[in-house]
Design a protein around this ligand. Structure first.
Ligand SMILES: NC(=O)c1ccc[n+]([C@@H]2O[C@H](COP(=O)([O-])OP(=O)(O)OC[C@H]3O[C@@H](n4cnc5c(N)ncnc54)[C@H](OP(=O)(O)O)[C@@H]3O)[C@@H](O)[C@H]2O)c1
Length: 314
């Protein structure tokens, strides 16, 4: 299948319409890396994605306390095909200067074993560095050829506007804003963030597009997740979710037996965002890849919207 790339903001860079999230790669604290999946599983997922032309991976210096970047670095050592990497700067309160920003970036590049990354994102907006200082550091990193695109994450409307304005003063576009966006969290759409980003020409990268796995249909009130997700997705919510999952299965059937994962990701793409599902193994990678090459109709998107509003409103 041919992958039609999409622009990453106005950077001139293009990326696949779907990327892959690497938070769980090497992360023991949240995702239980080492129990149930290991590096061989992740490698199989990575290879399957590249074989399908999906070569855009999202990581962060804090994922697995650096292990996610290191694992990608190991994979890249034996990979000759082009791979696009997005990673993130965490604005810890002790990071007060542009020097500390560039040191953090160099740390990521070292772990990844690369000279530059396609996208560098400020992980979250709370920082003791000013917006101007942060974006100034981004522009320095672009000028030094360490990054190709400057992005943010978890920024609301006002902060997105400010980041775009600060970068524009350095002659750079804001590439993207990475936010939580799924059928279980439509805040970016209802708040007007999606429209604003469209207006500004900023890509929206959708994290947790499967609502941390809840939209896979694997978890039910009788069989809830047993880890950090349990508090976020209580049994009452999982019970209400079953109607939406039923509709997702029905719609998936009319598209040749697509799974709920594939419907969930296709819905995100229909909204104009780039989903980055987290996958831990070959099965999950292949499932996510099946979101490509077909499209939900406008009527189906509307029906999913109505059903998802019912899950969230009650
Ligand atoms: N910028 C930020 O602040 C931020 C925050 C969160 C995430 N992210 C990024 O977004 C990426 C994705 O988000 P996420 O990992 O939170 O959530 P997600 O993509 O919504 O869900 C990922 C989880 O769903 C389950 N899953 C995936 N495919 C499946 C399948 N085919 N069948 C059954 N279960 C499946 C897996 O967990 P189980 O197998 O354990 O159920 C997997 O770890 C992350 O890797 C990270 O790169 C960014």
């Amino acid at each position: 299948m041919e992958i039609h790339k999409v622009p990453l903001g106005k950077t001139g860079i293009s990326v696949p319409p779907l990327g892959i999230g690497a938070w769980s790669w090497g992360d023991r604290m949240f995702w239980g890396y080492g129990k149930g999946y290991d590096e061989a599983d992740v490698r199989a997922a990575f290879d399957a994605c590249l074989n399908a032309g999906i070569n855009f991976f999202d990581t962060a210096e804090v994922y697995g306390l650096g292990q996610s970047e290191k694992m990608i670095g190991r994979f890249l050592q034996t990979e000759r095909r082009p791979v696009q990497i997005a990673t993130k700067f965490f604005p810890f309160p002790y990071r007060l200067t542009q020097g500390s920003f560039l040191r953090a970036l160099r740390g990521s590049l070292r772990r990844l074993g690369v000279k530059s990354v396609d996208l560098y994102q400020v992980h979250q907006p709370i920082s003791l560095m000013s917006n101007t200082a942060l974006m100034g550091a981004m522009s320095k990193a672009v000028r030094e050829g360490l990054i190709h695109g400057a992005g943010v994450s978890n920024y609301d409307l006002e902060r997105t506007r400010q980041a775009a304005k600060a970068l524009a003063a350095f002659g750079l576009p804001l590439a993207s804003n990475q936010v939580s966006f799924s059928l279980l969290n439509k805040t970016p759409e209802t708040s007007g963030l999606l429209s604003l980003c469209r207006e500004l020409g900023v890509s929206v990268i959708a994290y947790s597009p499967l609502a941390m796995g809840m939209l896979s249909g694997r978890y039910t009130p009788a069989s809830p997740p047993q880890d950090f997700r349990r508090g976020r997705y209580p049994s009452e919510l999982l019970a209400r979710l079953q109607t939406l999952l039923g509709l997702m299965r029905e719609i998936g059937q009319t598209h040749g037996g697509r799974t709920t994962v594939q419907v969930a990701l296709n819905w995100v793409m229909a909204k104009g965002a780039i989903p980055i599902p987290g996958v831990k193994n070959l099965h999950q990678a292949e499932d996510a890849l099946g979101a490509l090459g077909w499209q939900l109709s406008a009527t189906e998107v509307a029906a999913l919207d109505t059903a998802s509003d019912l899950v969230r409103r009650q």
